[in-house]
Design a protein around this ligand. Sequence first.
Ligand code: FES
Length: 139
Amino acid sequence: MGTGSDMYRQQILDHYKNPRNYGELEDPTFEHVGENPMCGDTIKMFVKLGDDDETIRQVSFIGDGCAISQASASLLTNALQGKTIEEVRAMDRDDVLELLGVEVTPMRLKCAVLAEKVAQDGAAIYVGDKDIDETTTEE
Ligand code: FES
């Protein structure tokens, strides 16, 4: 009999092995890449906005890394479809931890939140709130 957290573990493995929204988008409105310098794992996210220039019409990612980082990118890109840039910017790490559904150790927290940071920084740069155009790093 599976417990609730077994179910979430299964879900993480499934998203790791069969990532959703995986691949590059052609002509994205913006894209952003992030890296966890401790391990070198990366996530690059591609976002295409609708005609209102505000609502996410399509979002995808490519990446290389551990199960948690890649599964959270897969889960997050699912959750971002149809959201506005404002809604993305209002998200925080708790939202992505909720999507993952398991307790993560402090070590694994960096893995879990990388995708969310990439989405946040990409959105911030797009609206002009950050003028960096560099890789997001999770220290
Ligand atoms: Fe690199 Fe998880 S071990 S992001």
